[in-house]
Design a protein around this ligand. Sequence first.
Ligand SMILES: Cc1ncc(C[n+]2csc(CCOP(=O)(O)OP(=O)(O)O)c2C)c(N)n1
Ligand SMILES: [Mg+2]
Length: 323
Amino acid sequence: MSLENEKLLELYRKMLLVRAIEQTHGKLLQEGKIQLMSHFGTGQEAVAIGVAGPLRQEDILFGTHRGVGEYIGKGMTAKDIWLEYLGKKTGLCKGKGTLHLCDRKVNIPGLVSSLGSDFSYAVGTALSAKMSKTDQVTLYFVGEGTCNQADAHPSMCMAALWKLPVVFAVCTNQFCEFAYMDEHYPTEDVAIRAAGYGMPYDIVDGQDIETTYKVTEKAIEHARNGKGPYLVEYKTFRMALHHSGDPGEYVKSEDLEKWGKRDPIDLCQKKLQDRGILTGERDQELRKAVQTEVDSAVEEAFSGPDPTVDDLFEDVYAQKEVI
Ligand SMILES: Cc1ncc(C[n+]2csc(CCOP(=O)(O)OP(=O)(O)O)c2C)c(N)n1
Ligand SMILES: [Mg+2]
């Protein structure tokens, strides 16, 4: 499963960008410069970037609360993210979304707080595409913990029954909040559930960007060609804690050590170096450019315009005079 050199380099750059955004976020929090807690996706970058990468601009992506990776993969920019994170008037949601990013221009409808309810939204947008006879695909990127939500069953059943163009991309990062997977799952794999709906599925290594990209590309084409839904499960590990305030005593150090040896960015870097595409010097330049991009996005966001009190009453149902 190999990708062209330029493509692989582009995906590598995006993974670096995602990590730089999250590391910068963590640093700003520690320094007390922002109060916005977050859920980081460290170690899962090859899943997020590989899953969003093969989607077209008009395809729809429902992402997760650990979503910087898939959002960057789909076309959001560091500047988009930071303006919204800091609640600015010029942000994607004019400062009303913050962590709950959505971006119409790249077809990211937005994160739903009540996890799992977007199973049915994803099936809904896929149904809409089928009824409108477009070849748009919806991809629902979802954690394995969320797959235990009740909405999963009817949504997958309906998607399979009506052969809807939706891909269920399950990111198995071994945790649901503070519980290891074997504490909340009766089986080792999530994907086998797809068989119960007659839905094809794959279970793949989530650390290798070429694998995640290629298998997702196949699933998307399957859905686009009218063959119905597809489920892919990506095995990875949440190197970050559940959220930025989690003390994390429950995480076993041997797991961090084992998975740390298969960091997706390191694996991709090695691949690029082995193929002679990336020298040490070029790598340093790339990393520096990515950090500069993030730093200038943060700087611009800090100096961006705050919403006014009147702005609070725009794009909402409430009328100012009623309150
Ligand atoms: C309906 C609902 N229940 C609980 C939560 C709280 N919650 C936020 S993140 C999370 C963990 C979800 O686990 P998983 O889907 O595996 O995603 P991960 O955090 O591992 O990326 C939970 C339970 C929520 N947001 N919505
Ligand atoms: Mg999980």
